[in-house]
Design a protein around this ligand. Sequence first.
Ligand SMILES: [Zn+2]
Ligand SMILES: [Zn+2]
Length: 301
Amino acid sequence: MFRYDTSNTWYKGNTHIHTPASDGGKPVAEVAEMYAGVGYDFLFRTDHSVASDVTSDGARYPLLWMDGIELDGHDAQGDYYHVVGLGTFTGLTREETRAMGLTAAMQVVREQNGLLILAHPQWTGNSFEAALRWDFDGVEVYNYVCHWLNGKGDGGAYWNAMLGRPNTLTSRSRTLGFACDDAHLRPEHPGWNGGWIMINVPECSPPTLMDAIRAGNFYSSTGPDFYDIAYDGERVTFHTSPVQFARLVGPAHYGKRTGNFEGTLFTEAAFSIPPEWAYCYLEIEDAQGHRAWTNTLFEGV
Ligand SMILES: [Zn+2]
Ligand SMILES: [Zn+2]
């Protein structure tokens, strides 16, 4: 099934943001003002080891805050992870989360219909085997603060490893790709608005956004935009902000591409879909080297 319906409105958001509830440097009101000022519509509050409750303060903000958490810890095999949970959770206060450990906390997220995203695997130093172990719903294909810290913000190799795994439920893997800021907004971690997602839905409300994320009807970006993405049963056609390259990415070395090294930019491209590829997604790249990625274009059989 083709994943994209881009007939509605695009909303910009970030799935990984820290606030003073853990180690974020700016109050939630200031974070909201900053992000709303550059066009964001929603932010997930994902503080370390403590589930947010964005409605608890009764305040009004210029964008939509949504609930989440960032978990960290070791699994029984001794691998260390950071995992972002998207959703509203009970039973994950700081004390409860720390006491139960990573795998039990991930179970709490799953039981309450949350999404589990493997955070910044290259920065953490995860093996591909560890990335594949917990059937994560998604992985951070790009984490802006990790790119700042030591250049290890790119999770693309992990994403492709997760997409290429055998899947017993469907013939195609469902792993979603997320670009995010992981903003801390402290003097030593000042970066923000370097990685985000765009969701195309009729309204910017928590259930609508969560359903679209779950369905993979969003794309991730560090710069360029997709304006529409359509499939006619054979070819995927899409319009974008001015880009220099566009690629249809498949498993291992499979791929198609268009573009040039003369600097000529374009805003429309199309690729025919090879039916034998186990998965494919689109990547676009602008003249500054900033990239954007769709999720895999097809979900399920
Ligand atoms: Zn982290
Ligand atoms: Zn984080």
